[in-house]
Structure formats: structure tokens, C-alpha cells
Write a protein that binds this ligand. Structure first.
Ligand code: GLN
Length: 270
């Protein structure tokens, strides 16, 4: 029975995961080909599908649930993800919230996402502002492959363009909103086992102090922003002061914004 299989898997997964019950439910829903709510409402008395055990065994090697199921929810959208693309994190929704607060009743019409990965921030923003168009840049073809698939699946292919690039080098034009979740982990800093073993290092690590990507990106932002526009950049929770300093050097008025855990997660530059 599914109920018992979930209970057993939860005990097993507690060795590798902080969210063993959730992981078990997501893997079971994937094995059944149903949504998690449908699983919980309707299927608990059914026979557990045979594939479930193999999915749990993959998770036991620290493979992230999102790579096993191939999908991850972010903001109002579902994104296809897999090896080579950074998995969207709930923390990054802080950037969308900061952008919404900045624009208020207005809406950005052009959006740039630097380091878009599987299209995470750009596609969430295009869902938020249905008349906007956007450009997503990434240094990884693998990540861009997912981004293009996601734009098509979400019906946004005509509003989202994705290009291979080195941050803002080669990007022309101006944008009302620039979003950016760059790598910001310092080399040698501790990161979760799932992340370390499976996610792309180029999306995570940025030099000895984790600030290398900001040093590359922030000097380009002014020329890319329209008047009244804003850039919102994700930061590690200890980096607010350093990143605000880099922004001040470029003549911005930076403001840090906390995530749901109450720690600084984004810096808004105007
Ligand atoms: N927040 C991510 C992690 O610690 C890091 C992502 C990033 O460097 N942009 O897993």
C-alpha cells in the first residue's frame, strides 16, 4: 500500500534529507504520474508502483528530488530541470517580490535575466507581467536547453529569448528590470551534499570570497537599465554589505531585502 511505502521511505530518506516525507510524496506522485495533492487525497490506499523503490534509491545517493522528477515549482510556474541546470530555490522568489514592490502598479516591459539557468527568474517574471518580453543569458548550453523547453511549455516562447553569453558582455539595449542569481559561494565554503554532488559548480562558485561574479556584473548594469528601472540581485546571507559596497561604487542606491527566513537574500539597485 502506498501509505505504508511512504512511511517506510520517509524513515529511510531521513538519513539523507531534511524533508524526507515531502521527498517521499513527490517521488511517489512522480511514479504514479499524478500531482502530490491528488496522491494524498485519492491514492493512499492503492498498491505502491514498482518504480517507487528505484526512485527512493536514487534519492539515497543525494540526487535532488527535482532531478529525479525532472520538475520544480517556482513562484507561479513549473520548470523542467535536470543535470546542468541549477534547481530553482524558494529563496530566489525574494527577487520577484522585490521587483513587484519596486514597480507597484506599473509593469516592466523589458526584462533581462543574467545567469538564467533553466529560465527561472525570467519566466517567473514573464508570468507575473504578461505583456513583458525578456532576454535570458547563461554561460551553459545545457541550462539554456532547459530554459527554451520551459519557455515553450509555458507558452512564452514568443516573449522570451535565450542566448549563450558571458554575463552582460555583448548584451545590448536597455531593460526596465534586470534579474540576476549569480554564483556566490566562496571556494571551500560548505554547501549541502545534494548540491555539491549534483548541481553545476559554475552556477554555485564565484572565487575565493564568492564575490567574483558581482564584480563582473555590477559595473555593466547602469548602461543596461532604463530610467526608473531596477536591478535585483541574489546574494548569500553574509554578502549584503559587500555587494551594496560594489553597487555604491557604481553610483547605485542599493537596498537589501530579506528572504522568508529573515536573512538578507536580495539587493535592489536603483
Ligand atoms: N543558494 C544556493 C545554495 O546554497 C547557491 C546558489 C547560488 O550560488 N546562486 O545552494
Amino acid at each position: 500500500m502506498i501509505d505504508a511505502a511512504l512511511a517506510a521511505a520517509t524513515r529511510h530518506l531521513a538519513d539523507v534529507s531534511d524533508t524526507p516525507r515531502l521527498d517521499a510524496e513527490l517521488l511517489m506522485a512522480h511514479a504514479l504520474g499524478v500531482e502530490r495533492d491528488a496522491l494524498l487525497l485519492r491514492h493512499l490506499d492503492a498498491e505502491a508502483p514498482e518504480e517507487f523503490e528505484a526512485l527512493v534509491e536514487r534519492r539515497m545517493t543525494h540526487e535532488p528530488v527535482a532531478y529525479i522528477t525532472g520538475m520544480r515549482g517556482f513562484w507561479t510556474i513549473e520548470l523542467a530541470v535536470g543535470p546542468g541546470a541549477l534547481i530553482p530555490r524558494a529563496d530566489s522568489e525574494t527577487l520577484i517580490e522585490a521587483a513587484i514592490e519596486h514597480f507597484g502598479a506599473r509593469a516592466p516591459s523589458t526584462i533581462l535575466d543574467l545567469g538564467t539557468g533553466p529560465g527561472t527568474l525570467l519566466l517567473a517574471a514573464l508570468d507575473q507581467w504578461p505583456k513583458a518580453t525578456g532576454l535570458g543569458v547563461d554561460g551553459s548550453e545545457a541550462a539554456l536547453g532547459y530554459a527554451r523547453v520551459n519557455a515553450r511549455r509555458l507558452g512564452m516562447a514568443d516573449r522570451a529569448e535565450f542566448v549563450l553569453g558571458d554575463w552582460a558582455a555583448g548584451v545590448e539595449g536597455r531593460f526596465d528590470l534586470i534579474l540576476c542569481n549569480p554564483p556566490y559561494v566562496g571556494i571551500g565554503e560548505a554547501i549541502g551534499e545534494d548540491v555539491r554532488r549534483f548541481e553545476p559548480p559554475s552556477a554555485l562558485f564565484a572565487g575565493a570570497d564568492g564575490l567574483d561574479a558581482y564584480r563582473r556584473i555590477i559595473p555593466d548594469l547602469r548602461r543596461l537599465l532604463t530610467p526608473g528601472g531596477a536591478a535585483v540581485i541574489e546574494i548569500g546571507w553574509t554578502q549584503a554589505e559587500a555587494v551594496c559596497g560594489l553597487a555604491l561604487d557604481q553610483g547605485f542606491s542599493p537596498r537589501a531585502r530579506n528572504d522568508l527566513g529573515g536573512r538578507p537574500r536580495a539587493v535592489l539597485l536603483t
